[in-house]
Design a binder for this molecule. Structure first.
Ligand code: 6R9
Length: 647
């Protein structure tokens, strides 16, 4: 059933930009003549100086670099705003749907967006921000979030967006790592009728940060906050003193556009760096191809701007293409499970791009919440963030899309900038659960544990053998870690960290992470991060964290905790540790299950055997596999007998 083929609907085939054969030919051309292919594609952007060189990357250690369009100059905000003004200044750029459905939506034309972005850029300049400086953005899903990204891009400042659900500690770590001089935040955020104290979180974070000279505060809710004189300014007051025009800084294609922190298998989050030319080209090209975007359509990506999906498909891709992009402040199930479909109807959404975890949660509430709405504006549905199970795929296709909307399942990563493997709705027959085929210029390869390529149909670790324009350029301040993390496992290849199967038709099926990264509700979480948070607690001696299958979240967080001698395990302590992790990292890292363990299964050399811990957490305890290297087999029996059945 999972392999059932959904052909391209006739209506799509009739008007598509490419059919299947043309897609294959285009992909072949992109690999055979990359220089010409990519300089042609670069013409979709407006450049101050058009590049004469495309890819100059090498994945080999000796001359390692990732570099594209290096002699080109452009400005990202000009591409996302100014160039649309002449013909499309009155088109709606941003539609904003507030958390509370009783409140009025807001809308901004491209002309209005230009003024908002210029003013905010001038406010940042007045706070001393210059080209190359870092600005941390910690905002709710309000239009000002998009303005802030584009204002940084306009003056050449590098933005680092931190998801509003992260704790003050997590925020502080991300401010310190890139030495931001300014933070843009709001008084409070609103999600599902609840207030998030963003400004108070910033105040707490800044007690640990010395680099920050100014905090620009958006008055989003009007709630009371403390303002530190000489440091904090209200945006609505500051804009009164600045001009509504701000010249755009010419940037080299390889100048950084943003840093975005993401979890890896080890240690602290990495600052993934994307640059101006290649990233914007990749975001805009994939937005047009994967969603067959046409001017005038309303595009809704429901991700948070704090994740790469929000960067590429709420802000940069759509706005570069002159689209109308919808920003939704709230959550999918508030006030009830019909909210997303009501938003679709209210704004006439053509394309909805969301995460499987949201679909599974809504599916559980029953079809009535969906069928009570019209959804007749919908023509295309997309997913991202984790593998979509065929059951959720079919529900999305049949119930939400009433069988008429293709499902675009896009596989990609923070590191890849935008979609890498995905169907094109007018060209690619679909198989539920498969992200299908590589985008132009993308050369996937499956390798076995020894790094040998797997030919034809088969399974292996997913690598990409050559660079593409939207590839990350470095880890902020740690270029060695960039090479080490992605290019040292398999020589000369970018290793994604994902396992993958390729079928007889050449379709790719992502099977999930093969490293110690887990995917909780589409959010990446390094098990090491949760472990470090747990061991910071005074009563905890040791902790090991693994993922386990979770009906709604995809994966849940299962923590094994060994207490210090003399400490008593109790329900109260379990709750305390859950709350502890919430405050250390944020609610998305809250363990679903905490099992107190007198000891953890280790090899004689002291390595925790995570494979065994994973099996126990999954409830798959009969064949635990080879346990002969265990230092103390009795530990495992105790763990199995005291397993927690996580909800
Ligand atoms: C865009 C984004 C990346 C990881 C990636 C993979 C998983 C993303 C997927 C998918 C299966 C898809 N992933 N999309 N797995 N099918 N369509 O999610 O970036 O937060 O960096 O996560 O997410 O495991 O390696 P990021």
């Amino acid at each position: 059933m999972a392999d059932h083929l959904y052909p391209v609907p006739a209506s799509w085939a009739a008007k598509s930009r490419m059919n299947a054969a043309e897609r294959a030919a285009d992909h072949a051309l992109s690999l055979a003549a990359p220089g010409r292919y990519w300089l042609d594609r670069a013409a979709r952007l407006d450049w101050f100086r058009f590049p004469t060189r495309a890819d100059e990357s090498s994945f080999d250690e000796a001359d390692f670099q990732v570099k594209w369009f290096a002699d080109g100059a452009l400005n990202v905000s000009v591409n996302c705003i100014d160039r649309h003004l002449a013909g499309h200044g009155d088109d709606v750029a941003i539609l904003w749907e507030p958390d509370d459905p009783a409140e009025a939506p807001r809308r901004f034309t491209y002309a209005q967006l230009h003024a908002e972005v210029c003013r905010l850029a001038n406010v940042l300049k007045a706070q001393g921000v210059r080209k190359g400086h870092r600005v941390t953005i910690y905002l709710p899903m309000i239009p000002e979030a998009a303005f802030a990204l584009l204002a940084c891009a306009r003056i050449g400042a590098i933005h680092s967006v931190v998801f509003g659900g992260f704790s003050p500690d997590a925020l502080a770590g991300r401010i310190q790592d890139c030495d931001s001089s300014v933070v843009v935040t709001a008084d409070h955020g609103r999600r599902g009728g609840k207030l998030v104290p963003l400004k108070a979180n910033v105040d707490e974070a800044l007690r640990q940060c010395t680099s920050v000279e100014a905090v620009v505060v958006v008055r989003a809710t009007g709630g009371a906050v403390e303002m530190v004189p000489g440091r904090d300014v209200w945006l609505d007051e500051a804009v009164r003193h600045v001009a509504a025009d701000c010249p755009a800084e010419p940037m080299n294609a390889e100048d950084p556009l943003f840093i975005l922190y993401t979890s890896g298998s080890t240690g602290k989050p990495k600052g993934v760096v994307h640059t101006s030319g290649g990233y914007l080209l990749w975001a805009s090209l994939t937005h047009e191809l994967c969603f067959d975007y046409r001017r005038g359509e309303v595009f809704w990506c429901s991700a948070d701007i704090g994740w790469v999906t929000g960067h590429s498909y709420i802000v940069y891709g759509p706005l570069a293409n002159g689209a109308t992009t919808l920003i939704y402040e709230g959550v999918p199930n508030w006030p009830d499970a019909s909210r997303m479909w009501e938003v679709v109807d209210r704004h006439g959404v053509h394309t909805l791009f969301t995460a499987p975890t949201a679909l599974r949660a809504l599916m559980r509430e029953g079809d009535d919440y969906v069928t009570g709405t019209s959804r007749k504006s919908l023509r295309l549905l997309g997913t991202v963030g984790e593998p979509i199970n065929p059951e959720a795929w079919r529900w999305y296709h049949e119930v939400v899309g009433e069988g008429r909307c293709p499902i675009v399942d896009t596989w990609w990563q923070t590191e890849t900038g935008a979609a890498m493997i995905a169907p094109l709705p007018g060209a690619t027959a679909l198989k539920p659960g498969s992200a299908t085929l590589p985008m132009p210029g993308v050369a996937p390869e499956l390798v076995d544990a020894e790094g040998r390529p797997v030919e034809g149909a088969g399974e292996g670790n997913l690598c990409i053998t050559r660079s593409w324009p939207g590839q990350m350029r470095t880890v902020w301040n740690d270029h060695a870690r960039f090479f080490q993390t992605y290019f040292s496992t398999y020589k000369g290849k970018y290793f994604t960290g994902d396992g993958c199967r390729r079928d007889e038709d050449g379709y790719y099926w992502i099977t999930g992470r093969v490293d110690d990264v887990i995917n909780v509700s589409g959010h990446r979480m390094g098990t090491a991060e949760v472990e470090s948070a747990l061991v910071l607690h005074a009563k905890v001696a040791e902790a090991a964290v693994v993922g386990f299958p979770h009906d709604i979240k995809g994966q849940g967080i299962y923590a094994y905790v060994t207490l210090n001698a003399g400490e008593e395990a109790s329900e109260d302590l379990r709750k305390e540790l859950r709350d502890w992790v919430r405050t250390e990292i944020g609610p998305i890292a809250t363990p679903d299950a905490i099992q107190f363990a007198p000891g953890l299964p280790k090899t004689r050399s002291g390595k925790i055997m995570r494979r065994i811990l994973r099996k126990i957490a999954e409830g798959d305890v009969s064949p635990l596999g080879d346990t002969s290297t265990l230092a103390d087999p009795a530990v495992v029996e105790h763990l199995v007998d005291n397993r927690i059945i996580a909800e």
